[in-house]
Write a protein that binds this ligand. Sequence first.
Ligand SMILES: [Zn+2]
Ligand SMILES: [Zn+2]
Length: 650
Amino acid sequence: MTLPDGSQKQTPAGTTIGDFVKTAIGPGLAKAAVLAKIDGPSGQMQEVDLARALDHDTKLEILTSKQPEALETIRHDAAHIVADAVQRLFPGTQVTIGPSIENGFYYDFDRGTPFSEAELAQIEELANKIVAEDLPFKRTEVSIDDAIKLFEGKGEKFKVEIIHDIVAKGATTLTLYSHGEWVDFCLGPHGPSTGKVGVIKLLSSSAAYWRGDSKNKTLQRIYGTAFFDKKGLDAWQKQREEAEKRDHRRLGKDLDLFHFHPFSPGAAFWTPKGTAIYTQLSAYMRALALGNGYVEIKTPLLYNKGLWEISGHWGKYKENMFLVEDSEAKAAGDEDPHHYSLKPMNCPSHHLYYGFKKQSYRDLPMRLHTQDVLHRNEAAGALGGLTRVRQFAQDDAHIYCREDQISEEVAKFVKLLDRVYNAFGLQYTAKFATRPEKRIGDDAMWDRAETALKTALDSLDLAYEAKPGDGAFYGPKIDFDVSDSIGRKWQLGTVQLDYAAPERFDLTYVGEDGKDHRPVVLHRAIYGSFERFIAILIEHFAGAFPVWLAPIQVAVVTVTDRVNEHAKTVVDRLAAAGVRVSFDDGNGMMKAKIRDASLQKIPYTIVLGDKEVASDQVSIRTFGGGDQQKLETLPFAAFVERLAAESKFP
Ligand SMILES: [Zn+2]
Ligand SMILES: [Zn+2]
């Protein structure tokens, strides 16, 4: 056995992995182990049970609760356990399939009525009892005939149907997994025993079609999750509750930021407050771009298919584009007059722009920034909130440069990205994706491109994860994942090298030698799309934006109606100073108005009474300062100064 540290150990053929780990490595790891990986038939590492007997020389890796694969395995274990519990409680219920999914598992059952809440509670209780019984999972190989006999005997029609399918695909034996009396057939792997599954939690139940096809029989699906211990489950539940509270669709409504209408699916209507956030983000990015050697341009939204034929979108991306009819072509009898399309991305229009003039080496790097509206025809079923939309804008830019400038340009870009993510308190990690199997260009080109990116990364002292084979077909790239305030990860920024586009668009520059050369293109974005970035920020800040980004920065509240007229002048003076301010002069109680400003998560609430009016002062409450906070009283001018300082772009 070759272990991950490269050391080798010998064991007689037939030893189970579990026993080998116990004697050759140690009882600590043997106890913590959930499953293992060994050399598979295709040369790739394959997940196997600890009870598997070793019968060939192999690399051996032991997975414990620390590895994500182990959690996935116990969730599939949990699916078996839940199916066992259902059949113990409701004999005659037929089982179908029960895979692990992101964050848990499901199992589909055939029975006439949906599972009630009370039944789910009963099943969950019994499932956790089966966990406590600590029954070992046993794997056996059986012939197809024996498997069919077994499941026919149990009246499991769906299982028999699946077996026939597998036979049709050429299988000659099947693997069964049992714990206690209960048996299922599946490919595995499973953990050592039901006890490894620390705790099972059932989440919901819903109808589902057999094989996902609405023509088939309706089944009853149970969703659940499992963790190694209660601590893990509690932490997950807490994060889930927190995420629900922060859900941008919910906060978007509560804070009145945006709407959607079925007449324009996947395209947001931004309220004045939502628009304020959008334009602040846009202005911030514009200021950063212009301050860092970019120029901003605007390009058309609608293009003839000729452009998309050059870019390759017409062949590969047409179904994602909104096509537009050419009325003259239609009148002339053209059978398919959809000669135009709304742009799904800015790149091709920037390439056209680059080609308007003969460029020289002195013009490079040329950095073009654009925040135009883009359209992509996402499936209606995939649309949801601001994270999946059909209309959006990006903080997009393309950098045209010489090959020897790539490294410096990438380093500059990453520094800019670092500044932006830090400004929002977003932690991030980088992924460096290199040449995929299907690619253009020769190895020498890829060597140069990858070295340039790596040099940039190394010069930044930035930790990154290598992703061999994950690059685009036209060049390597670096992707950036951010973690928000509750630890969720989002992929946002990217910088991609592109050697293909300059060829397709025949882009050139005149070099120092007076000859034409090909530039390289870097595609880059920091926010990604404004829409998705705003969704992430709403959830990251839980709607409580920093002063510079807050849609309303100051709420004005009066102690008595007597000072309402004065309050109006305060509002006007603040607005004139560029402050986003609101004033509720309705009949409500002062306390209720203060509470309302707090619910709207407005950073400052100023309270005006006779004293403040007489001295042109304001008493301020800060959001998050609590009900008992002592109000700070300061001259109006000093407050405006403070706001101006806090409203500066970070
Ligand atoms: Zn299984
Ligand atoms: Zn691009």
